[in-house]
Design a protein around this ligand. Structure first.
Ligand code: DGJ
Length: 729
């Protein structure tokens, strides 16, 4: 049993392998959070203290007791309006204009298996893997019923949270803010890790102390964004990769979000995560229900590395779905950086011929194959093949590529429309625009209003026609701008504050239909690279293009940041040409391969231009990738260096679950005359086991590799890289 309820204390205890989570219903029906952390075997209520504190009000129920204040007590689901002046999870307004709610406990239910959320992505788990706790709270005045969902997965060491809001009253209730989860900490100094970035430089790790006041990340862009990832970690100040306490919060949602950490007047810390509240306003009519997306909480007492591995495993096996969840994904070549828009069907076929020779398994035709699309000024929305350019129906090109023994994949950007397109000329009101204003253009395109089912249906029909008429086994789903001018011309969402949330429901509906109707299709998410790299998308696409930046050295930092919250298998990663197209850096083909192998592997360069020597390197890389695939995708991932600190080299390692195999990867970041010898210490091995390194034939104990390390070879050149593959003897 992972979920326990105890009378008469009204104590809820959720247990996972390495953590315990406790909350209790107090004498007045308030739900107080007690504790989340290492297992204690104790009712943690004794941690609560009660003092008369100035300017911290008291609920009416407590009569003359001034020591009871919601402003000082830890809350399970804080609301605006009950005397807690910290950042709330829920803000509501009623028809009489009043703000706020007063939630009191009504009851609970425990179910076997993990709950599902209608229309939204969520972690899944069977009866023997998960338990669900639902706690019911109501606000008497408005009739609002709030159900707090907890999904407990003991073996994966995670607890998921989500919220259902139902209007059981007679009048509309307006939701102004709905967060999905919050954690109140009574004590402790903390640091906060978040992942910021920009287009082509996503998920840079940042670690700062939690100070008084509030620190916020989020997105107002309609997508989770390149700028801030919807994932964060709270750590003790001395927490490292291998030691110390830390807590993760990961949002299973791909739209605008807000995540906050705040230290209050009594040095208590509150972290919360949920939908972006700015411009959000959802009208909940009598009888209607609203679901706030899921947040996945994880706790580790053994440092950041262990926390990441908890997320990796969970997301690999209980979030990602589809045929390619656990089987090797085809090594692909994508033509984007090879040709951009300038290709013909014959050129693609030529690339395919070289791909076959090298051992590549799939060819992906990127942007430019449809409508009038030779630049990014036109064509989006017209999902019909440009037969002149492709040299006939798409099927004939697909068949030719299949004839080479390669699978075929296709790029699409279904959420967008170009003003210069037949779709826009026919349905200008399908694109977001504020009446009476000119829309904001970005990459010269507009965004389709996916909050409208008829728009989603139309695009779905077009895309499914393509899928039905040719043997397309992979699809890259791109999205190349942020959403501005949010205004839906339909009556379905009269209240414009609902549009972005409804947009996400429309998007998820589309993706779910693809999942159900094309179960063998491998979907790769993309948003100008990693602008929608989140747990929500992973429910539909087991891999996401990590970044438009394909430079191996920048990718080390991007992949490092990504690895904190997402499995390696989820990161689309390609070897591209040198000098790199994004930053002009020159790196060896070997190094580009080593870095790209820490992901779902592929190539993105003109294979027709390779030298014989390069072809041999690539053939070997693909062989190696197949050999290492299981280790890379299903093994445990260890960050061996902190790329934000260590300047000389970056290293990471994969270890098989049975600890019999390991692959240590390292890339030199600096080069000097008369260099000092660097050493790299392995992790995660069995100390007593002996491992043979494949190239040298030398054997080492796991202990030697972990505590003494390996001397890094010295050779001349920039950005040299090494892979040490060791197998138990
Ligand atoms: C942005 C993507 O991230 C690129 O890989 C490529 O698909 C282009 N869009 C095509 O327009």
């Amino acid at each position: 049993m992972a979920v326990h309820y105890e009378e008469p204390t009204r104590l809820f205890t959720l247990e996972t392998r390495g953590s315990v989570y406790q909350m209790k219903v107090d004498a007045f029906g308030f739900l107080l959070h007690l504790y989340y952390g290492k297992r204690t075997g104790e009712n943690m209520e004794y941690l609560l203290t009660y003092y008369d504190r100035g300017f911290s009000g008291n609920p009416y129920d407590v009569d003359r007791d001034r020591t009871y204040s919601m402003d000082a007590l830890p809350q399970e689901y804080p609301v605006w309006g009950n005397g807690d002046f910290r950042s709330p999870c829920l803000e509501t307004q009623m028809k009489d204009g009043s703000f706020g709610s007063d939630l009191r406990y009504q009851g609970y239910e425990i179910e076997e298996g993990k709950y599902k959320l209608p229309g939204l992505p969520a972690v899944y788990g069977e009866k023997d893997e998960a338990q669900t706790l639902k706690i019911y709270m109501t606000d008497d005045k408005s009739g609002l019923k709030v159900t707090l969902y907890y999904g407990v997965m003991p073996e994966y060491d995670v607890i998921t949270r989500a919220v259902e809001l139902k209007n059981q009253g007679q009048e509309a209730i307006w939701l102004g803010k709905v967060q999905s989860a919050c954690l109140d900490f009574l004590q402790g100094d903390y640091e906060w890790i978040s992942f910021y970035g920009r287009h082509a430089m996503e998920r840079t790790m940042q670690r700062v102390p939690v100070v008084h006041g509030s620190q916020v990340i989020g997105s107002r862009r309609g997508a989770s964004s390149h700028q801030y990832n919807p994932f964060m970690i709270l750590t003790a100040p001395d927490t490292t990769e291998t030691n110390g306490e830390c807590y993760g919060l990961s949002f299973v949602y791909s739209g605008s979000f807000k995540a906050e950490v705040a230290k209050d007047q009594y040095n208590q810390v509150r972290v919360s995560m949920g939908l972006q509240e700015e411009r959000f306003c959802f009208e909940l009519k009598p009888g209607q229900t609203f679901f706030a997306p899921e947040v996945v909480l994880a706790y580790s007492a053994e440092g950041l590395g262990a926390l990441s591995r908890q997320y990796h495993k969970l997301y690999r096996y209980h979030l990602c779905r589809g045929k390619y969840k656990t089987i090797p994904r085809p090594v692909l070549v994508n033509n984007w950086e090879a040709t951009y828009f300038d290709f013909t069907g014959d050129k693609i076929y030529e690339i395919g011929k070289h791909a076959r020779e090298l051992g590549i398994e799939m060819l992906v035709l990127d942007d430019g194959w449809f409508g009038k699309r030779d630049t990014d000024y036109s064509g989006l929305g017209d999902w019909e093949v440009n037969e002149k350019k492709v040299g006939g129906p798409l099927k004939s090109l697909v068949d030719r590529i299949n004839g080479l023994g390669l699978k075929f994949g296709l790029w699409v950007e279904p959420e967008m429309v170009s003003e210069d397109s037949d779709l826009y000329r026919t349905h200008p009101d399908w694109a977001f625009a504020i009446p009476g204003r000119k829309p904001i253009r970005s990459r010269s395109q507009l965004v389709l209003d996916f909050s409208r089912p008829e728009v989603v249906d139309h695009i779905y029909r077009q895309i499914s026609l393509i899928l039905d008429n040719a043997n397309i086994e992979y699809m890259k789903w791109d999205m190349n701008r942020s959403i501005a001018d949010v205004y839906s011309a339909t009556t379905a969402a009269k209240n414009q504050g609902e549009v972005l949330y409804r947009y996400m429901l429309g998007l998820y509906d589309f993706l779910e239909r693809l999942h159900v109707n094309y179960p063998d299709l491998l979907l790769e998410g993309c948003c100008g690279g990693g602008g929608r790299f989140d747990a929500g998308m992973l429910y539909y696409s087991p891999q996401i293009w990590g970044s438009d930046n394909t430079d191996a050295i920048d990718r080390i930092s991007i992949q490092y940041g990504t690895s904190f919250g997402y499995p390696v298998s989820s990161v689309g990663s390609h070897v591209s040409a040198t000098p790199n197209h994004q930053n002009g850096r020159i790196t060896s083909l070997q190094t580009r391969g080593v870095v790209a192998m820490a992901g779902s592997f592929g190539y993105e360069l003109d294979l027709c231009k390779l030298t014989e020597e390069e072809k041999e390197v690539i053939k070997l890389q693909i062989k190696d990738y197949h050999k290492y695939w299981d280790l890379i995708h299903n093994g445990d991932y260890y960050r061996l260096t902190d790329v934000t600190k260590r300047r000389d080299l970056a290293a990471w390692q994969f270890v098989s679950e049975d600890k019999k195999k390991t692959l240590i990867n390292l890339v030199m970041l600096e080069t000097h005359g008369n260099p000092v010898t660097s050493y790299i210490k392995a992790a995660g091995l069995a100390p007593e086991k002996k491992y043979r390194e494949e190239k040298s034939g030398r054997t080492y104990t796991g202990a030697a590799l972990m505590y003494g390390g390996l001397p890094v070879p010295q050779a001349q050149g920039e950005y040299l890289s090494y892979q040490f593959y060791l197998v138990e003897v």
